[in-house]
Design a protein around this ligand. Structure first.
Ligand SMILES: Nc1ncnc2c1ncn2[C@@H]1O[C@H](COP(=O)(O)OP(=O)(O)OP(=O)(O)O)[C@@H](O)[C@H]1O
Ligand SMILES: [Mg+2]
Length: 500
């Protein structure tokens, strides 16, 4: 069943039940109210009847009688108001009117009357009279009258139930009409409420469809009033996340394409050089004296190609956790001093001072080769982006960890650049395509993955034109470390601005 019908059915059931309950109790109330006021009216009529017709005999004050003429006048007056009365003496004889239409007062009722109690009665069934006629159902009041504390008469005043009930019916009919109108009105209102809800759900549905078709720009207005608004809020949140993820994928794709273009460009130059030299050799056009130089050039270019391909493969392997780290304890000082030696020429080329500050004994728990790779990558960058400056490698022990800092006084980076440097193919300055050291934009991405695999942290702090400092923290061996796997995930990787 459609939601709108379900809602309307729900509304209808609640409203109909309420109206039924209300109508029922109101009808009962009306009936008892009308009966009550009829009895009161009958009592008043009988009081005034007695007051007007009572005659006290002068000689003996205890003897009273009733003026028949007054009673007759009252009878015709009261009949107009649909009130019928009968006056009884103590012997249960009808004093007035003597037309045989009155029933006798029962013994039980006399007992009440003698105790000065008023009896209110509803004789619902039609009663047979002494003269054979049937008396219709009546609502009656039996009231005793005392003179000088002596019961002198009893009046039975009554109205036909049909007359009273016709009043009740009239009220009930009005009530029914009112409730019917209320029911229709509430159905109309509930239809509008239900259809409004449905419209909102339909909007949400069509928005969800659009998202499914790849439109992540869609947002729905939410006033935060009810659960649907909350759902809309969640929906907007979801599209936000999807949009961000989509943008990230696009960004990665752009980077990938950029890299492919870069790689193609990078590869084309050495390949052209190699191809030229090979052709020269084939047709023997290279002079003997420059043969060695050409072969050296070919070797260099081939190595450059191999390095480019290797770096990519390496990155992929680390990223997909398919390399095994051989973590062990060794002295990090040895590695750091080796790096200084290895990069001495590069430092000389850049006219940089390369300094090492480290205790001679600096224990570390890491993969020897990968740790060297990390330090070489970062130090190479430092030398690459620093001219006539200083590059300082500092090694120290922290609490259950080894800390290595590589600081330079080079060109530095903006905050924005710092956020991106660990991403694959990122180069802060895209115009530097083919520098001396390769510049594929993979170095720091590899470093990042390697530190992550070691369960360590890497952070960067830098100021444009002042210099950059990279800090690497590698934890000591912990209980339960799995030497074999080497694929433990890190706690976190940090940049200066916070977590990556
Ligand atoms: N010490 C530094 N000073 C200034 N900028 C730096 C420094 N280290 C890295 N960068 C910036 O971060 C970018 C990414 O460095 P990364 O080592 O990943 O790539 P690359 O050096 O360009 O290429 P390669 O893959 O050959 O290392 C660099 O292109 C550079 O813009
Ligand atoms: Mg680099």
């Amino acid at each position: 069943m459609k939601m709108i019908y379900q809602q309307m059915l729900g509304f209808f059931m609640v409203i109909a039940f309420t109206i039924l309950l209300l109508g029922f109790s109101f009808a009962r109330m009306t009936k008892s109210f009308v009966y009550d006021s009829t009895w009161q009216r009958l009592e008043k009529c009988s009081d005034s009847l007695i007051q007007q017709s009572l005659i006290v005999n002068d000689k003996s004050e205890s003897n009273v009688s009733f003026n028949t003429q007054t009673l007759k006048t009252s009878e015709s007056l009261l009949e107009n108001q649909s009130v019928h009365f009968t006056l009884f003496n103590l012997k249960n004889q009808v004093i007035f009117p003597n037309n045989g239409l009155s029933t006798k007062i029962t013994k039980k009722d006399w007992e009440h009357l003698k105790r000065d109690q008023i009896v209110r009665k509803v004789s619902s069934r039609s009663a047979k009279l002494e003269n054979g006629q049937t008396r219709p159902a009546m609502i009656e009041v039996l009231k005793p009258y005392y003179y000088k504390k002596k019961l002198v008469a009893a009046v039975v005043a009554g109205s036909f139930i049909s007359d009273v009930n016709s009043n009740v019916d009239k009220i009930n009919r009005n009530l029914l009409t009112g409730l019917g109108i209320a029911l229709i009105m509430s159905m109309i209102v509930s239809f509008f409420i239900a259809s409004r809800l449905n419209r909102r759900v339909a909007k949400l549905r069509s928005a969800a469809n659009q998202v499914a078709n790849g439109n992540y720009d869609i947002r729905l207005p939410s006033k935060g009033r009810d659960e649907i608004d909350q759902l809309i809020g969640d929906f907007n949140h979801m599209t936000d996340s999807l949009q961000k993820a989509d943008q990230e994928i696009e960004r990665q794709e752009e980077r990938r394409q950029e890299f492919l273009a870069d790689a193609a460009h990078e590869m084309r130059t050495p390949l052209t050089t190699i191809s030229g030299i090979l052709e020269g050799i084939k047709y023997d056009v290279i002079p003997a004296e420059s043969r060695d130089q050409s072969l050296d050039l070919m070797t260099n270019e081939t190595q450059r190609l191999i390095r480019l391909v290797n770096e990519n493969l390496d990155y992929e392997k680390i990223r997909t956790n398919s390399i095994q780290l051989d973590r062990r304890h060794f002295n990090a000082y040895d590695v750091l001093s080796n790096v200084i030696e290895q990069l001495a020429n590069k430092a000389k080329d850049a006219k940089d001072e390369l300094i090492l500050h480290s205790p001679k004994d600096l224990p570390i728990y890491a993969d020897y080769d990968r740790f060297s790779q990390i330090v070489i990558n970062i130090t190479t960058n430092a030398l690459q982006f620093t001219e006539n400056g200083k590059v300082t490698i500092t090694g120290e022990r922290g609490y259950n960890e080894t800390i290595v800092r590589i600081a330079d006084t080079g060109i530095g980076m903006t905050e924005d650049q710092q956020k991106n440097i660990f991403e694959r193919y990122y180069k802060a300055d895209a115009s530097r395509r083919s520098g001396k050291y390769g510049e594929s934009g993979l170095g720091l991405a590899i470093v990042h993955q390697l530190v992550k695999q070691h369960g360590g942290k890497i952070s960067v702090s830098s100021k444009l034109n002042e210099g950059t400092t990279f800090t690497i923290i590698l934890p000591d061996e912990q209980q339960g470390d799995d030497k074999e796997s080497g694929t433990k995930q890190p706690d976190e990787i940090q940049t200066k601005d916070g977590e990556l």
